[in-house]
Design a protein around this ligand. Structure first.
Ligand code: ACM
Length: 688
């Protein structure tokens, strides 16, 4: 959402501290390709073969969620192995996989239901035990991730796994207000969430740019407050049941009193300032008027309807970033503040929230809101979602409130997975909480705000980085090893892609569209080593009003938030330097890449030259080639054990500085390792 720069600076500063505090706590992890890493893993000897006779038996409690989960499991396993496997459980004393379930699950999934499972895999069979169907679903996902191809078919390594989540609330927020995200896209993201054992899909259903749910009581909300793109109530019910089948709760958010411009298009009387309103960037903005009784009558009816549609026990009312100007400028609202003995707008918002909380309680919902709603007047039953810093989460817990961490998990900031991974809900101020206060931290949520995200690119903004956050919320706190995390993330990433997500493959369509040609090889070379600018730099670069309706079809929209190629290149350069320039395998790979980059601009130049869309990346392509030339020169000098000429280095380091400047809102991610090569070529190194 639109945040002030000061807040952002504080966020960044604190998160660097968190990063520094958590680095160095690395723990060795078993070489098991599972993400999130289970709490306890013991590797066994040998493997279980998966062949055509693979069978599943279920004992104990019979549960429809498990039946359907098993069917999906078999479908996925069949697809992966190419074998037509029995898709029904069998009555067999010796099945390949024996599932034992103790009891059923809640009709509406509850926070804190038992999600634990035990999975024992031996050469002659596997056993999966869980008390609740949710544990079975998680255990099946673990099993699927362990399947590997071999010379004689497919296998799963022998292991004993005892697993349970560290936090009960492991969510992903998707903002469907700024850009509408169709149901099928949400469903494939639910599949991705299930694969990494996340259990809450938080839908940010309304914002200034759109109101996205059909309401029968106030149809002008979705009809006038959107561009015609909204979910029907049937679609919402279908989505909730799809999520339930995968062990995922759906949490609705209707943001108020701020971020609620779309409500006022059809119902201007709710606003604190005069309309008319419209959902386009030119329209006036406003916030809800908390002083009118009619506002609460409206909210009671509206929330009553939505409380029935969304069965979850929790209901999110937003509450963030209320622009007080509209309250300041409205004499009637000012008079209300004074006559009620309130000191300021915060008190007025607290009054509004207290009323909302009572309405929600009447409709049997627990209120949840962003950290701005924290106020001593509110009952301790509410939940605080912390986005402005970890302190507010700890402060809430100290005062008796439950809370969720989202600060540090904003995936729209385009941070690398490692940076999100370093953020722990129990670190920082939360580390000093008492044993009584600690359990009030329920978990956290990754947040996918969609100012710069359309359905076409949503998956690539969410995955695979969200899996690192899923691991932080599921696995033991000591699970910290970055090399292990990245190795498993890469494995998981292709699995998620063939499950139906498009985070890896979707960009090729976009590159073809941009070039208008079959041959995208040279553009791919460039696209693979750039990343979008970080934080809200892209928003800062917008001249004039930001128009959420603009197509997102530039190179920045097609590239991944984190470049694997650049990370690998950096690691190779690191290994090469660490080896005292002796690691020949690393050197030849570095050389090959530098050569590709050196030659790339000549190939790409004609494509960029004739494309209005791609013209803006021409300077990046030139920088990449220049870096290739410089890196190769440095390697040659290193090979000859001759210091590179100082004047040459000065020139190259100037190039490096230029190449660090973002262009077309993109950052070239291989600048620093090339700089290291250039600096190394100065010659202070041992001769071999
Ligand atoms: C927020 O990002 N304003 C919750």
């Amino acid at each position: 959402m639109l945040r002030s720069m000061d807040t952002m600076r504080t966020l960044l500063f604190v998160s660097v501290l968190v990063l520094l505090a958590t680095l160095g706590a690395a723990q060795p992890q078993p070489p098991l390709n599972v993400m999130p890493m289970p709490s306890v893993v013991q590797l066994g000897a040998g493997q279980l073969a998966i062949d055509r006779s693979f069978s599943i038996a279920i004992t104990g409690f019979r549960d429809p969620t498990v039946e359907r989960g098993v069917q999906r499991f078999v479908a996925q396993l069949s697809q992966e192995t190419g074998m037509l496997l029995k898709n029904k459980s069998v009555e067999s004393a010796n099945p390949s996989l024996l599932i034992h379930l103790e009891h059923g699950r809640q009709e509406v999934q509850r926070l804190g239901e038992d999600e634990s499972y035990e999975l024992t895999i031996g050469e002659s069979g596997a056993k999966l035990n869980a008390s609740n169907p949710l544990g079975v679903l998680h255990g099946l996902q673990t099993f699927l991730q362990l399947v590997e191809p071999g010379m004689n078919g497919f296998t799963v390594p022998a292991a004993t796994i005892k697993d349970q989540p560290r936090f009960a609330w492991r969510g992903l927020l998707i903002d469907v207000g700024r850009h509408f995200i169709p149901v099928d896209v949400l469903k494939r993201n639910l599949d991705g969430m299930a694969a990494v054992k996340m259990n809450v899909l938080h839908l940010h259903l309304s914002d200034d740019q759109g109101f996205r749910v059909e309401t029968k009581k106030f149809p002008k909300l979705h009809e006038m407050g959107s561009d015609g793109l909204y979910y029907t109530q049937d679609e919402i019910r279908g989505l909730i049941s799809y999520a339930y089948d995968r062990g995922i709760r759906v949490l609705p958010e209707f943001d108020t009193p701020g971020h609620s411009g779309s409500w006022f298009v059809g119902y201007p009387e709710l606003a604190s300032s005069p309309g008319p309103f419209k959902v386009d960037p030119e329209g006036p903005d406003s916030v809800t008027d908390p002083t009118r009784e009619e506002t609460y009558k409206f909210l009671d009816k509206f929330l009553g309807e939505m409380a029935k549609l969304f069965p979850d026990a929790y209901f999110h009312i937003g509450g963030d970033e209320v622009n007080g100007q509209h309250w300041d400028k409205n004499p009637k609202i000012q008079a209300f503040i004074h006559s009620h003995g309130m000191k300021n707008n915060q008190d007025l918002q607290a009054y509004f929230n207290q009323r909302l909380q009572k309405i929600l309680a009447k409709h049997h919902k627990v209120m949840i809101g962003w950290d701005e709603i924290l106020h001593p007047e509110l009952p301790k039953t509410i939940v605080i979602q912390s986005w402005r810093g970890q302190e507010s989460l700890a402060a809430a817990a100290k005062q008796g409130y439950s809370g969720l961490l989202s600060f540090g998990y904003y995936i729209d900031l385009m941070w690398p997975a490692s940076r999100h991974y370093a953020v722990d809900p129990m670190s920082g101020a939360a580390a000093t909480l008492s044993p009584e206060e600690k359990p009030r931290i329920l978990g956290g949520e990754a947040c996918m705000w969609t100012e710069w995200v359309t359905p076409e690119i949503l998956d690539s903004r969410v995955w695979p980085r969200t899996a690192a956050i899923a691991e932080r919320l599921w696995s033991p706190q000591a699970t910290q090893d970055l090399n292990s995390m990245y190795a498993r993330l890469e494995e998981l990433s292709w699995r998620l892609d063939w499950l139906g997500l498009t985070h890896r493959t979707g960009r090729f369509q976009m590159l073809h569209r941009m070039t208008g040609t079959y041959d995208i090889a040279a553009l791919r070379t460039l696209a693979d080593v750039v990343e979008p600018v970080k934080d809200y730099a892209r928003m800062d670069s917008v001249k004039g009003p930001w128009d959420f309706r603009a197509p997102l079809n530039h190179l920045i929209d097609a590239v991944s938030p984190e470049s694997d190629a650049a990370r690998h290149f950096s690691a190779q350069v690191e290994a090469y330097i660490q080896s005292g320039y002796k690691d020949q395998a690393a050197e030849s790979q570095i050389r090959a890449l530098l050569t590709t980059w050196r030659d790339n601009d000549t190939k790409l130049h004609p494509v960029l030259n004739q494309s209005l869309l791609l013209n803006e990346v021409a300077p990046l392509s030139q920088d990449l080639s220049a870096l290739g030339v410089a890196g190769l020169h440095a390697l040659d000098d290193l090979d000859k054990s001759e210091p590179s000429p100082e004047s040459w280095r000065t020139e190259q380091l100037a190039l490096v500085e230029r190449a660090k400047t973002p262009k077309a809102n993109l950052l070239l991610m291989v600048v620093v390792p090339v700089q290291q090569l250039i600096e190394s070529s100065a010659g202070q190194r041992p001769k071999s």
